[in-house]
Ligand binder design. Structure first.
Ligand code: PMP
Length: 392
């Protein structure tokens, strides 16, 4: 086993070793995190709508815990399928205006489950280079040919689709909003290409569900493309402040997944209290428009303030605001300096992002106040000057 120690030393030498943060009590104020006895502004969570501590969700979970018990006891196809699942899937179907929905244990398992159920050895998957790791892992596990196109490059995708046009099944898969860059996929063009080449199109709305669309349905709905996307996937772990994931689509698709998606079939159903809490979260996502509005306005202001200060900020309009620093060590030093100023914002390094694009990935929440964010911008500017990232 000594090879592991050697490999770890190599990671550490490249500033690439990762550590779990010391856990602490929940911070008293929304949008904050407790670290080492200090309350820190949390600019690294995916709690976009600020729902993780919502009292109505907690109360719903408490009630369901008392009535349904702690665990579900089995996978859904055995005896784990309980009323909260049916209620949530009904509400999801109505929300998305689709034919049917299926809840998975988390987004990772949903992506792996869907992709492995839809394609196999004779097939091909076209995947954006910056897609989430769970999509990549699903493709690898499916044994289909894995064809990666340059990020959002539709000309490249077209060439690849043409090259593989005779394959049995073709699946195009993309994040709607990319998790480390915060930019959007060109969904109109992806729909046109999928129609032209008779491919299936799967969209992962992990970072756009709750954030876009009049009732938080996601980017596909905001663009009026909901009926053009064959497989609509999202997770409850971000805007919903919960845990779990959904897949929405045709009745036929959901019937197929129930029969073929291995993470659904061979893993225990989520605790019913979690599923019940998610139904409450879904109701809040739809009803509390002010959260989306506040988040979108704050994201615009935060992004433009950093950009006009001279930072290299990736383009986009989502609550994910990446400050690209390039060097791994600079990203770590920037993050440490923010920590000293009372801000938690994690350095993201390869292999999560391409080499030489290490960054601080800021992610905002409706729980942040205007003052929280204005103070943060001033501190980020100061550190930018101190570390020589900004010219004097
Ligand atoms: N897809 C994307 C785009 C993600 O960012 C994530 C979470 N980081 C997932 C899927 C996985 O979701 P979950 O955390 O629910 O497993």
């Amino acid at each position: 086993m000594q090879w592991i120690e050697k490999e770890l030393q190599l990671l550490a030498a490249d500033s690439l070793e990762r550590y779990l943060n010391k856990s602490g009590p929940v911070a008293q104020s929304p949008g904050y995190i407790s670290r080492g006895g200090r309350s820190m502004l949390n600019l690294s969570s995916n709690d976009y709508l600020g729902l993780t501590q919502h009292p109505a969700i907690i109360e719903t979970m408490r009630q369901a815990l008392l009535s349904e018990g702690a665990g579900s006891g089995a996978s859904r196809l055995v005896t784990g399928n309980r009323l909260p699942y049916d209620l949530l899937e009904g509400a999801l179907t109505e929300w998305q205006g689709c034919q049917a929905s299926l809840v998975f244990a988390n987004g990772y398992m949903a992506n792996v489950g869907v992709i492995t159920a839809l394609v196999g050895r004779e097939d091909v998957v076209f995947s954006d280079r910056l897609n989430h790791a769970s999509i990549t892992d699903g493709i690898v596990l499916s044994r289909a040919e894995h064809v990666r196109y340059r990020h959002n490059d539709m000309d490249h995708l077209r060439v690849l689709l043409h090259k593989h046009r005779d394959k049995r099944r073709k699946l195009i898969v993309t994040d709607a909003v990319f998790s480390m860059d915060g930019d959007q996929a060109p969904l109109h063009e992806l729909v046109a290409l999928k129609n032209e080449y008779e491919a299936m199109l799967m969209v992962d709305e992990a970072h756009s569900g709750g954030v876009y669309g009049l009732h938080g349905e996601g980017l596909c709905r905001q663009l009026g493309l909901q009926d053009e996307v064959d497989i609509h996937m999202g997770t409850f772990s971000k805007s919903f402040g919960m845990y779990g994931a959904y897949v929405c689509g045709s009745r036929m698709l959901i019937r197929w997944l129930v029969n073929k998606a291995r993470p659904l079939i061979f893993s225990t159903a989520l605790p019913p209290s979690v599923v019940a809490g998610t139904s409450k979260a879904l109701a809040l996502v739809q009803a509390e428009h002010w959260r989306r509005k506040k988040l979108n306005e704050a994201s615009k202001l935060f992004r433009s303030s950093l950009f006009s200060s001279g930072f290299n900020i990736a383009a986009g309009d989502s609550p994910i605001v990446p400050l690209i620093l390039g060097n791994n060590d600079t990203a770590l030093r920037f993050s440490a300096a923010l920590e000293a100023e009372g801000i938690t914002a994690t350095a993201i390094r390869p292999p999560t992002v391409p080499v030489n694009t290490a960054r601080i990935r800021f992610s905002l929440s409706a729980a942040h106040t205007d003052k929280d964010l204005a103070d943060a911008v001033s501190k980020i500017r100061l550190i930018g000057h101190q570390l020589g990232v900004l010219s004097p």
